[in-house]
Design a protein around this ligand. Structure first.
Ligand code: SDX
Length: 392
């Protein structure tokens, strides 16, 4: 049972759809994007290359990658009036609240690429969404800290541009740190797509009605925000900080096992993986590389490592097949780079936009595609007659 609804286009599978983008073997802890293992893509590829792969079925040649990257860079600017949109929010608005609003509003400014019947317009809308998410996310951060927005600098890489828009200020030159740029680009790769997760299923369901792509991605952002889904990266670091020192780990392990306690280990467990999430493996390795390279450390990383070690030896977690997922270590790196916890899910949304638009395109371009219409098992009252209020 995968997605949240059973869409049966004539075959008996419980699958929500057919797709060629991403394959997950939850028992074996395998994740492939169009056949390429996530570990190889994370170590050897770039986020722009993975975006091309997901959108165009094959890895690009050098020339194709240059052209794609250039095309994306032509859309990094945001309509100037959208900057006003931010000023309607309180400064302490959660970046995900801002991203839901701003992305949903894009259709009011880019309605020329909302004609979903036209493949060319669909691709322009896809490129716009991929290109503008870093600008939108960076502006949400700038607004929250009361600093001026920075325009994109297309001489930088996709990820370097985002770092500068986020951490640069007009008064100073900004130098992109290549170690940070590489680590963040790898984190974006790890979050790009993940089969029919809750937010991707939301995007597909919204898109199946013919809604414009900007509205569909806004729906995906809303779903991703939940702590059981993309919001777990923010919750996981907050949990690790609350645990503080390793001597308090047993207390939290006990709470996670207590059925009367709603507490769950954030960053642990998964609907599909009943083995180690391969993305968590890469993420943990990346923490070490970033810390070594920058000569920094964070006691929270040690707490996370010990929490993982203790949990994986515990029979409850073994029996329930609970392992660290992509969200367990990501916050440690993002915090080390300088992002506040409130930006973690916004970064997840930035990266997952590639998967969302690729999945949306795959669905919309299927001539057999029909509107999603989940059914239910009715367990309410059988038919009965109305009783006027005076007789109740
Ligand atoms: C993401 O779907 C995707 O692909 C999502 C994602 C993506 O890339 O899009 O991978 C991103 O959302 C990762 C998950 C991030 N969420 C968290 O880390 C939040 C903490 N995790 C849990 O809330 C939970 O594991 C879920 C929501 C992820 C899955 O919940 P399920 O469906 O209940 O998990 P399950 O069926 O495998 O649970 C089996 C048992 C249950 O207990 P019983 O009902 O059998 O008694 O394990 C328990 C659960 O209560 N359990 C946990 C637990 N996760 C599951 N107990 C303690 N701590 C946990 N983290």
């Amino acid at each position: 049972q995968t997605g949240m609804f059973t869409y049966d286009p004539g075959f008996t599978s419980t699958a929500s759809c057919e797709s060629t983008l991403t394959y997950i073997d939850g028992d074996e802890g395998v994740l492939l994007h169009r056949g390429y293992p996530i570990g190889q893509l994370a170590e050897q590829s770039s986020f722009m290359e993975v975006a091309y792969l997901l959108l165009n079925h094959e890895l690009p040649s050098a020339a194709e990658l240059d052209k794609f990257t250039y095309t994306i860079s032509r859309h990094t600017m945001l309509h100037e009036q959208l900057a006003q949109f931010y000023r309607g929010f309180r400064r302490d608005a959660h970046p995900m609240a801002i991203m839901c609003g701003v992305v949903g509003a894009l259709s009011a400014f880019y309605h020329d690429s909302t004609d979903i019947a036209d493949p060319h317009q669909r691709m322009i809308a896809s490129h716009r969404l991929i290109a503008k998410m870093p600008t939108i996310a960076a502006m949400a951060y700038k607004y929250s800290v009361g600093q001026p927005f920075l325009y994109p600098d297309n001489s930088l890489s996709y990820t370097g541009n985002f770092l500068r828009m986020t951490f640069g200020v007009p008064a100073e030159p900004y130098e992109v740190n290549p170690v940070v740029e590489r680590a963040l680009d790898r984190i974006f790769i790890l979050h790009a797509d993940h089969e029919q997760n809750a937010s991707t299923s939301t995007v597909r369901l919204a898109g199946s009605s013919g809604a414009n792509p900007f509205a569909c991605i806004a729906a995906g952002i809303a779903c991703l925000w939940g702590p059981a889904h993309g919001g777990a990266n923010e919750a996981a670091l907050n949990m690790l900080r609350e645990i503080g020192t390793p001597d308090r780990i047993p207390e939290y392990i006990a709470r996670a096992k207590d059925k009367n306690d709603p507490f769950r280990l954030m960053g642990f467990g998964h609907r599909v993986y009943k083995n180690y999430d391969p993305r968590a493996t890469v993420m943990q390795k990346t923490v070490r590389e970033v810390f070594d390279s920058l000569g920094v450390s964070d006691p929270v990383f040690e707490t996370a490592l010990q929490l993982e070690e203790i949990a994986l030896k515990d029979e409850y977690f073994a029996e329930k097949k609970l392992f660290p997922n992509v969200d367990f270590y990501s916050g440690v790196i993002l915090s080390a780079i300088g992002f506040p916890t409130t930006m973690f899910t916004a970064l997840f949304a930035l990266a997952r936009t590639v998967g969302w638009v690729a999945q949306w395109n795959e669905m919309i371009s299927d001539p057999e595609q029909k509107i999603g219409r989940p059914r239910q098992l009715y367990t309410g009252p059988t038919q009965r007659d109305y009783v006027p209020v005076g007789e109740r």
